[in-house]
Design a protein around this ligand. Sequence first.
Ligand SMILES: NC(=O)c1ccc[n+]([C@@H]2O[C@H](COP(=O)([O-])OP(=O)(O)OC[C@H]3O[C@@H](n4cnc5c(N)ncnc54)[C@H](O)[C@@H]3O)[C@@H](O)[C@H]2O)c1
Length: 315
Amino acid sequence: MSNTRTAFVTGGAGFIGLHVVEQLLERDWNVRIFDNMWRGDRDRANELAKTGKVDVVDQDVRSGGAVAAAMKGSTHVIHLAADSINKSVADTYSSLDVNVVGSHNVYSAAVDQGVQRVVYASSASVYGDPKKLPMHEDDELNPLTPYCIGKRTGEDLLRYYERKAGLSWIALRFFNVYGPGQKTTAYYTSVINHFVNRLRNGEPPVIDGKGEQSMDFIHVKDIARAVVLATESEKANAAINVGTGIDTSVADLARILIDAIGADVEPQFNPRDVLVSRRAADTRRAKEMIGFEYSIDVRDGMTDLIRFEHERAAV
Ligand SMILES: NC(=O)c1ccc[n+]([C@@H]2O[C@H](COP(=O)([O-])OP(=O)(O)OC[C@H]3O[C@@H](n4cnc5c(N)ncnc54)[C@H](O)[C@@H]3O)[C@@H](O)[C@H]2O)c1
């Protein structure tokens, strides 16, 4: 394998970014992490730099000049930096500034420097509340918050630069990502943390309604593998779902976590009307275009996560 490939990874010190960088290193890539460390793990990024294959640039995607200067010499771009979904309603300006202006800075630098591929972290939230499952890439998009609007615009800007300048891109619509290294404030997956905290205190998970609302939980190692496949793929210029295709209800999740922790409790149901939203990816395009299929089942992934958290707490 050639070792002249350099991936410029924005947000490379974040939860998903660090897993991506580790998998790129396993495949002999050189990596430049570009991250303002707002939510990044600087220590882990610096540790990876000791391999001699990783540079770390502590800069902001909102600065077009900094992006262009740091991207020099890169052959591929993986754009993961984003303002979090939690912040987007409270600070719309910042959300659009990072997620739209920042993405534009990354793409225009990529065009100017003639990189071979841009892979963009989009989100299943661009669909809004789906009318049917599984959610297919050609379904209507109905982004509901500034974060989701920014993600959709990030995709539209890729299409614009494909038409204008022949940019080669893939936008990956991540479903509900979980796994080691995730922040406890993660928006959609905070339910995992909430249940685990209660179980560790000997309390049962409390579920609103019947717990029918569901998510498509996908392990961060599978997400990182999809990112690397998209970066190396010969096919391009499409939005692709990255999920398992399985909708796990909140009630199922509670039982999976009870088993993983080995707690002797039953979930409690809090009878009230809840808006039941459900999510599951149509996974066919991911398989056809980039050869991706998930490998970590939600039960195994959650059990590993509990073991990881337990070992970390014991250190
Ligand atoms: N985690 C999920 O469930 C999920 C689901 C769908 C999409 N995504 C997308 O995947 C990407 C990575 O998500 P994550 O969960 O690893 O989030 P994260 O917050 O852990 O990582 C984002 C990284 O980007 C950096 N960053 C933020 N603003 C920046 C800026 N202005 N300039 C430079 N760096 C900046 C942060 O410091 C952080 O290291 C994001 O684009 C996110 O929207 C995540």
